[in-house]
Design a protein around this ligand. Structure first.
Ligand SMILES: NC(=O)C1=CN([C@@H]2O[C@H](COP(=O)(O)OP(=O)(O)OC[C@H]3O[C@@H](n4cnc5c(N)ncnc54)[C@H](O)[C@@H]3O)[C@@H](O)[C@H]2O)C=CC1
Ligand SMILES: O=C(O)C(=O)Cc1ccc(O)cc1
Length: 361
């Protein structure tokens, strides 16, 4: 890909533009609020001048309800060879586009699973998508060339492509993104009228749970409206848990011992299921990003081993990007997977061998 047009230079559009521009793509920036396109250009995301002819790929990064109209306008103007959008909901926009009677062979719906509670170009960063899933929802209409352009964009943003059906995507994000947004807002809403003395006690737990409650309401009204059915289905399950937990807590206050035991079991059950669900969440990068190479080091299970590896890596001038530890069950040993830039991997392996470490390929 040599040229791109980003329409909607907010958080997502400007972040993608910064990544593309940083990797040599000529990026044109457009926003109906021209100061936003100018701000993105000033940040180094590209130029706010219009392209002279069709670009390779147009990336539509406007709020979900504006996607179909913005795409239709760009397609009718012949702005690009391929078009994609990044809206958080996929089924609705896809159906709206089909209803407009457009040729959908040059379009692919996508959704980067990365964001922030802040919006606008000033919140954008070139590394926003690194190691994060980026969902692609091609249909039988999608041209292979357009799918390839989208895959190239995902690779340039250092994200991990995931292909899904649009409706399956919408049900999945209802569970992992849209319902959590509502629940975070609901927990934070309890604080609105709370006593100052109570609010003063806020610690890390409530800060973690309410981080995304700071998100832009207008954008989320749009997202939730476009995915209302699947979100209501997940929330109904949460409501059943809430009701059962209220009953368990009331039972804990009962004079009847059997009722109190039932209450304890109910509370323990929801906490246990929470542990089980939490343990299924993949690490930030899901799997080691292809950009890193693993140097596996065998260590004995004794204090200070990790610190020694990091110190030796530092001495060799190698930056450790990530680290994972595999514990050998029943043995006093483990395998430390040190993830580094591919060019640095042989340097690190040699340096660690020289200092007596046992390296596994
Ligand atoms: N915020 C997040 O965490 C994520 C958002 N998304 C999706 O990305 C899209 C953009 O979201 P953000 O960048 O967060 O929003 P944002 O509010 O930061 O940026 C949206 C931009 O679109 C512009 N815009 C609105 N209508 C337009 C139109 N008709 N023509 C040209 N520009 C127009 C606005 O002026 C604004 O600059 C949305 O569809 C959202 O669902 C996807 C992943 C994460
Ligand atoms: O803030 C976070 O952690 C997010 O991951 C936010 C997010 C918000 C909306 C999306 O469509 C995708 C991701």
């Amino acid at each position: 890909m040599r040229t791109a047009l980003v329409i909607g230079t907010g958080l997502i559009g400007t972040s993608a533009a910064l990544a593309l521009a940083g990797r040599g793509v000529t990026v044109h920036l457009r926003d109906h609020d021209t100061t936003r396109a100018r701000t993105a250009a000033a940040l180094g995301a590209g130029t706010d001048e219009a392209p002279e002819g069709p670009v390779d790929l147009a990336l539509i990064a406007v709020p979900p309800t504006h996607v179909a109209g913005t795409l239709a306008e760009a397609m009718r103007a012949g702005a690009a060879h391929g078009y994609l959008d990044v809206a958080s909901v996929k089924g609705g926009p896809q159906r709206e586009l089909a209803a407009l009677g457009l040729d959908l062979s040059s379009y692919i719906g996508t959704h980067p699973m990365a964001g922030k509670e802040r919006s606008g170009p000033l919140a954008a960063t070139a590394d926003l998508f690194e190691g994060r899933p980026w969902v692609l929802t091609p249909t039988s209409d999608t041209d292979t060339e357009v799918l390839n352009l989208a895959l190239e964009l995902v690779a340039l943003c250092r994200a991990v492509p995931v292909v899904m059906d649009a409706d399956a995507h919408d049900r999945a994000v209802a569970l992992v993104s849209h319902t959590p947004q509502l629940l975070s807002s609901m927990v934070a809403a309890r604080l609105e009228g709370a006593d100052d003395t109570a609010v003063r006690l806020c610690g890390q737990g409530i800060r973690d749970v309410t981080r995304i409650a700071a998100s832009e309401p207008a954008m989320w009204v749009e997202i939730l409206s476009a995915n209302a059915g699947p979100v209501a289905d997940v929330l109904a399950g949460v409501a059943a848990d809430l009701e059962a937990t209220v009953e368990s807590l009331r039972a804990l206050q009962s004079a009847d011992e059997a009722k109190r035991d039932g209450g304890t079991a109910g509370v323990a059950d929801v906490l246990r299921r929470g542990n089980a669900g939490r343990s299924r969440i993949p690490g930030k990068h899901g799997a080691a990003p292809a950009a890193y190479e693993v140097v596996a080091v065998l260590v004995s299970d004794q204090p200070g081993e990790l610190a020694r590896i990091f110190a030796d890596a530092g001495r060799a001038g190698v930056n450790v990007e990530d680290v994972r530890i595999e514990h050998a069950t029943g043995q006093q040993a483990g395998l430390v997977q040190v993830m580094v830039d591919p060019a640095a991997a042989p340097v690190l392996a040699a340096a660690l061998r020289e200092r007596g470490w046992s390296i596994r390929q």
